[in-house]
Design a protein around this ligand. Sequence first.
Ligand code: MOS
Length: 703
Amino acid sequence: MKFETAATKNPIDQMKIVGQPVDRIDGPAKTTGTAPYAYERHDVVANQAYGCIVGSAIAKGKITSIDVSAAKAAPGVLAVVTYQNAGKLAKADSHTARLLAGPDVQHYDQAVAVVVAETFEQARSAAKLVRVRYDRQPGRYDLAHEVKNAKPPKPDEKDPKPPIQKLGDFDKAFAAAPVKLDQTYTTPDQSHAMMEPHASIAAWEGDKLTVWTANQMIDWAVRDLAKTFSIPKDRIRVVSPYVGGGFGAKLWIRSDALLAALGAKAAGRPVKVALARPQIANNTTHRPATIQHVRLATELDGRITAIAHESWSGNLPGGDPETAVDQTKLLYAGANRLTGMRLAVLDLPEGNAMRAPGEAPGLMALEIAMDEMAEKLGIDPIQFRILNDTQVDPMKPQRPFTQRRLVECMRIGADRFGWSRRNPTPGRVREGRLLIGMGMAAAFRNNLLMKSAARVRLDDRGFVIVETDMTDIGTGSYTVIAQTAAEVMEVPLDKVIVRLGDSSFPVSCGSGGQWGGNNACAGVYAACMKLKSQIAAGGERVAEDFIDYPKELAESQQQSTFGAHFVEVSVDGATSEIRVRRMLAVCAAGRILNPKSARSQVIGAMTMGVGAALMEELAVDTRPNYGFFVNHDLAGYEVPVHNDIPHQDVIFLDETDPLSSPMKAKGVGELGICGVSAAVANAIYNASGVRVRDYPITLDKIL
Ligand code: MOS
């Protein structure tokens, strides 16, 4: 189905089941242990052996020799695979760092071997006997130090936008302005820290490969395995029906999947591999650190005349920058603009997408800068943002937003949060020895349109069976898809069976970039509409269809999601201990397909934003011969828990966007994190009078 944009062409406008806060249909399975993750699939194939990955002990250099004799002679060992006996492997385009090193080593803990044994303990124990010798070379690990060597990244097919964009004359306008701000902010490397580690079971049947894994994008996984082994896609099946969190870490297959497949080939039987928690930080990907330079200039009345946002980040050769300036192109008005990204070569593990890549760290800087500027002007931070709202793309004024209710989000949030009780002078509100403060920030994240397909069948008992390779990474895909099918097929929700996460089903949009809910449901909608008309015409009771969007749609109008975050903190006047007391998010994101699961998404994202603000940081050992993330487990890499934030609330504006899809929905899973950390930082400033521009805001920075 080609998407018809006019609202009147959408036959179902008033939805009755979609939009209801129904419980997750996979909830009972999840809470009774009957929704197994990949590593737990003891049932799917017999005779499973265990693989244990050996990671590189150096960050950069060459393997000069590998001695596997002791490992091979160890009890229970079935095979040891290294680059020397793995056969020819092509590198998939999605990966900057190869999933199996050798002879070159690109980063610390890059896989150099997998040891396969009868039991997990035997594999782990034998893995310690693999002797690898290296020729170690000094690497570059310190972003601040490499800034001087950073260059604008080359635009590529994936991201053809020029890395440096200008409008008007920024320098001239900035020099002439009566009020200006010129500040630098930093964000650290971060780890996805999802609950379920990367894990896979691989089995070969002749030249056919099946991989049960934890993955967000099934079709990308098939594509990348096919490329790596140089075999056709139709010989590969990837299965991932339940995933314990992804946050971008599972957008692409990781070493567990490839090495399980290699181990299975070598051992001649199915092999399962999980990355142990301490391997994840360095073996997989992370959100790259940024250094961000923001300059704002306004008239005395607060209207922005010049806005510049430049970001520096690092990656392995061939890797991408963190696109931290993207939101600054679109969020506020201003005639003179400059945004730029520069990329330095770092020999750290591969930097890649983590929840709201670009906007999440970008808003960590921009939305503190907006708070600082409002203070300089003596204007309320909300008023300052309202003054600079824009209903069109500031870089292309002929291009409107399909919907933009940022101002409403801020006004409603201010009212509900009690913003009028905030004292604009920092450090004035006390409760005993606690200093209390409130902060806010705007939230912004683009809404992406992705092709998505599904197959729907009506069986003899009146059940509607939906099949699509869409994944549910904890987000609620099963439920919103069931609601969509129930709505269109006019059956009760419990008459819908949803099957996901299998490459034998039609190719969906997958879970990423907060595009999953809207686009996957739109694909199911298309298949249901086709089935319905087929049945009405007395035809077959099974139909497959997809949703696709005219290219002009994304070019002529800007689709984005908006929100406002409000945070109240206390800062202990004696110890500087920071506590988040209350949070509120107001989101404008099109039709909310299920207010309950959407609320959970936003609350999870707000919590992650608190982690980014106060705790999360992969500490880099920057010495030339080291170069790795030191805190590589959940004791050293802290994330917030329930008890850290006693009160969180979410309000969704009642809206539908007729240009976003037949569902008229958008994404919220990433919008929810965007701006949160800056709102926390701004609240800390309001409480304590200390402005911290380097995340995470640990108490030593307040003392
Ligand atoms: Mo998201 S970082 O595209 O899973």
